[in-house]
Design a protein around this ligand. Structure first.
Ligand SMILES: Nc1ncnc2c1ncn2[C@@H]1O[C@H](COP(=O)(O)OP(=O)(O)O)[C@@H](O)[C@H]1O
Ligand SMILES: [Mg+2]
Length: 153
């Protein structure tokens, strides 16, 4: 297990962090985002999308629970899902994330405890508000063999 902590003072810094993280991501990767409403999960995904060079825009899914953002550069698509409204693993199964997992980068907001079974490893990212204003703390943890050797620093 490998873990790293970051601070992001503004939404722009959170996007920049997402773009840097995107450089580590490859087809088959699963990213599980946690943290309270308004923490910045979707904002981080916007940065990941920028870094992956996929078609936007990345928004908070309201009625659509999973969106596929195709690559604009011949790389993997970004599958962005929000499990906030889902009741449990059975409903997550309905999203068919498994279908696209191998050839995409899959990022799931509120996926903690729901989507871990999709892959033998994952990048867990927890975001929470810092002490003041717009400050956010971002903790990134790699779980599984894929991330064991990787330096997140
Ligand atoms: N440092 C920061 N990182 C991320 N978002 C921030 C930050 N500071 C302010 N914000 C604002 O907080 C909100 C985060 O919303 P969003 O990314 O949708 O959160 P979530 O998906 O976790 O519910 C946005 O309006 C964003 O502009
Ligand atoms: Mg969100």
């Amino acid at each position: 297990m490998t873990t790293a902590a970051f601070r992001a003072a503004t939404a722009e810094e959170t996007r920049a962090l997402g773009a840097r993280l995107a450089a580590l991501l490859a087809p088959g990767d699963l990213v599980v985002l946690s943290g309270p409403l308004g923490a910045g999960k979707t904002t981080l995904v916007q940065g990941i999308a920028e870094g992956l060079k996929v078609r936007g825009p990345i928004t908070s899914p309201t009625f659509v629970i999973a969106r596929v953002h195709p690559s604009l550069s011949g790389g993997p698509a970004l599958v962005h899902a929000d499990a906030y409204r889902l009741g449990g693993t059975l409903e997550v199964d309905d999203l068919d994330l498994e279908e696209s997992l191998a050839e995409s980068v899959t990022v799931v907001e509120w996926g903690e405890g729901l989507v871990e079974g999709l892959s033998e490893g994952r990048l867990e990212i927890h975001i929470e508000r810092g002490a003041e204003g717009e400050d956010r703390r971002v903790r990134v943890t790699g779980v599984g063999p894929r991330w064991s050797e990787l330096s997140l620093a």
